[in-house]
Design a protein around this ligand. Structure first.
Ligand SMILES: [Zn+2]
Length: 216
């Protein structure tokens, strides 16, 4: 297989509602938060792991395009379809399709968002995030048990970058269209968790392919 080029898709992920990508409780020192978001361990700033965006794109594309997923509900491991080609096979069947074509980088807060969130949170004693209380209601008694849940507030922006490896025998346009379709599906649905409760509505803005603007 001969690598012929790389194609770079970049832009900004705008959170239109609060975004929650869960982190580990062990990573935070301040007590009390049962449901922390994931943060960069060095800066403490929230970020969107590349694996979260990649995973959402993949699972949505599988639901639409993978015969195996449609039948079993499991992630596709067929090793033949475009999902497996672009996103990689879960098992050691990569030889036929070659290496995974997509590289999704971690997305970090834009400088503008860092400044805005810092100012907004300072007086409330929060750290680049909001705390939302979700009620778990006991179905018998009707008693509500509020649970504090951390999320990145609506309006936050993250710079994202996706690199595509195009091999000589690849249909570049087919791969590009597939990735664009995946981004469009994430935009239609959600990123992170609790999407059915309104979390994680995102829009991809200022999108470019190799520096040329495009619309999803
Ligand atoms: Zn497959």
């Amino acid at each position: 297989m001969e690598l012929s080029k790389h194609v770079v898709i970049s832009g900004v992920i705008l959170c239109e509602t609060g975004l929650r990508i869960g982190g580990s409780k062990d990573d935070i020192e301040i007590g009390g938060m049962d449901n922390p978001i994931i943060r960069n361990p060095v800066t403490g700033l929230p970020y969107i792991p590349g694996s979260s965006l990649k995973g959402r794109m993949r699972s949505l594309l599988e639901l639409k395009h993978s015969e195996r997923t449609k039948q079993s509900g499991d992630p596709c491991t067929c090793g033949n379809c475009l999902v497996c080609k672009v996103f990689g096979t879960h098992k050691a069947r990569e030889s036929k399709l070659g290496p995974t074509r997509i590289i999704v980088r971690d997305a970090f807060l834009t400088a503008e968002s860092v400044a805005e969130l810092k100012a907004a949170n300072q007086e409330k004693g929060m750290f680049y995030a909001e705390v939302k209380y979700e009620n778990l209601v006991n179905r018998k008694t009707g008693a509500a048990h509020p649970r504090p849940t951390e999320r990145v507030p609506a309006g936050a922006k993250f710079d994202f970058e996706i690199v595509l490896r195009i091999f000589k025998e690849d249909d570049e346009q087919e791969i590009l269209n597939f990735v664009k379709e995946g981004l469009g599906m994430v935009q239609m649905e959600y990123l992170g968790s609790s999407g059915s409760r309104g979390y994680g509505k995102v829009r991809f803005i200022h999108t470019t392919i190799d520096g040329n603007e495009f619309d999803l």
